[in-house]
Design a protein around this ligand. Sequence first.
Ligand SMILES: Cc1cc2nc3c(=O)[nH]c(=O)nc-3n(C[C@H](O)[C@H](O)[C@H](O)COP(=O)(O)OP(=O)(O)OC[C@H]3O[C@@H](n4cnc5c(N)ncnc54)[C@H](O)[C@@H]3O)c2cc1C
Length: 334
Amino acid sequence: MKIAIVGAGVTGSYLLNRLDGHQVECFEMRPEEKWYTVCAWGTSAPFISDLIKKAGFNFDDYILHRGKNMTVDYGSGSFQMHLKGLVTYDKHRLCEDMLKGHTVHWGQQVKQLDGRFDDFDLVVDATGMHRSLLPKVHNDLLVPCVEYQVKSDKLPYDDFYIRPYSGLSGYWWYFPLGDGTAHVGAGEVHGRYKGECEAFIKKYDCEVIRKIGRPVRVVAPAYCQPFTAGKVVGVGESIGTVYPLLGEGIIPSMQCADIFVENIHDMEAYSEEVLKHFDIYAKVYRVMKAKIDGNFSYFRQFPEMFAMYRHMKSNERRFGLETRLGDMITAMRG
Ligand SMILES: Cc1cc2nc3c(=O)[nH]c(=O)nc-3n(C[C@H](O)[C@H](O)[C@H](O)COP(=O)(O)OP(=O)(O)OC[C@H]3O[C@@H](n4cnc5c(N)ncnc54)[C@H](O)[C@@H]3O)c2cc1C
């Protein structure tokens, strides 16, 4: 098949390496010198390593910091989460390497299927939150985020640190990147983080290497349908593959790409498989939405909350962190 991939983020660059036997080209709206992978670069090393291997790369070559514990600061106190493989890695360099040797048309913004795509059998919408080629999502939920890559010899933490905002509406984060550098950022539904990263930068005398930001889609795939429109098919964050509670989309977007590869000749089967695989994301999204909207009730949301706990508990390797019921209840109270 001849396949166009629109978007050179983690989904597009991974997919380019998973479609052996097909003719594949990528279209990226940014010129090569301005292209950047906006993200905090946190992921679970044991789990992503297997995925990256399928694309022909060695994940260990990209690891920047191996986490031991994550401090969760909930205002009136804090607790330590034992980490089971959570790392930061150089996501940008890995994406760059995954694009090498492939046909990438830089600086090509695609808003519709024009003549450039007449010859292609499938066009993948891997445009992330833009979802440029698929119909708009009704009641989309895009959480605004800001992030700084900083350098300082006065950084206050030596491991992962997060501070959730009340009502499961987002969190402030500090992700170490090694060598006196870190990602300091925040995402919150109402943008309540304004000024907080800047205050941190001032307090710890940080040099700002880069300021980035974009909203992240936290609406689960079940609410991002349709996944296809004619020969267009959505893969990755364009169809909501972000774990809503954490805003974590690297591994889920790659899993979605794998589901696409496995069902490449049957888009109906692809849609069904995506819905099945990401069913838990819909449950987590409903819990989070109820909290944000002020409609949350422990009684009503108990089955979905319990499903969320069970999912994270039985997938500690996937998330790279230990899940304890007490911690989850503390986090939910906020
Ligand atoms: C601030 C922030 C921090 C995050 N931190 C983490 C984290 O630590 N760990 C984690 O797992 N997840 C994190 N996420 C989520 C994760 O980064 C995303 O879910 C994931 O990158 C989605 O990948 P994608 O390839 O589907 O989309 P993207 O990475 O958004 O890539 C889309 C690409 O498409 C291009 N594009 C867009 N529109 C068009 C168009 N019309 N034509 C051509 N090209 C187009 C864009 O320029 C971009 O290169 C974070 C998100 C944000 C915003």
